[in-house]
Design a protein around this ligand. Sequence first.
Ligand SMILES: C[S@@+](CC[C@H](N)C(=O)[O-])C[C@H]1O[C@@H](n2cnc3c(N)ncnc32)[C@H](O)[C@@H]1O
Length: 219
Amino acid sequence: MELVSAMTQTNTTPPGGHAAVYDAFMWPFERAALGAWRRRLAARARGRVLEVGAGTGTQLRWYPAGAEVTALEPDPGMAARARRRAARAPATITVVEGVAEGLPFAAASFETALTSFSFCTVADPAAALRELRRVLIPGGRLLMLEHVHLPWQPGRRLQSWATPAWAAAAGGCRLDRDTGRSVREAGFSVLRERSHVLGWIVELEALSPAGLRPSSVSG
Ligand SMILES: C[S@@+](CC[C@H](N)C(=O)[O-])C[C@H]1O[C@@H](n2cnc3c(N)ncnc32)[C@H](O)[C@@H]1O
């Protein structure tokens, strides 16, 4: 796998230091529901898998034995925790530091890409999706578990109002991302979309366009 421009986009790299706080905050939600949704998502991964925004590696334990996973994470503190979790996981996992908007991989390197709760935080979702199209094989699978902008009012308006303060407090996490729409606008075909918590969290499976040569989708 060719490594290109790994950490050149330092402007999109969030500050580190909140890895332990993140794990403590997420623990009850993981136990209550997220673990089951993560497991279902990981079970759909095929071939070489790229996870983007792996954080502390909460998703890593759910990949089945035999899976070959590259986990990308820009925050060194998060990546260090993810490496420890990778070592204990049943799958073969390599943790790489880098950002979604400039993936350090050659075109068509992966059959599957997976994101969980990272598209709320990536600085430029459209650029990240262009990069995912580039590094996926044509017809490759995109699996996402993301919290999104609610489809109903007044929830949607409340999220828009709360986003600046929440993003400042929570490492850039935005409550107002229309990730499903961004995925469609990026040219992916959505096969499945399942909503949880009144539409706040979506589980999504999409395919990158088949029949396009990787070199023609980089722009
Ligand atoms: C809310 S955490 C989610 C972590 C993990 N995927 C999970 O499910 O718990 C968001 C992660 O996205 C990462 N991130 C932020 N900006 C990114 C970018 N531009 N490219 C890739 N990852 C990014 C953050 O460092 C953080 O680890």
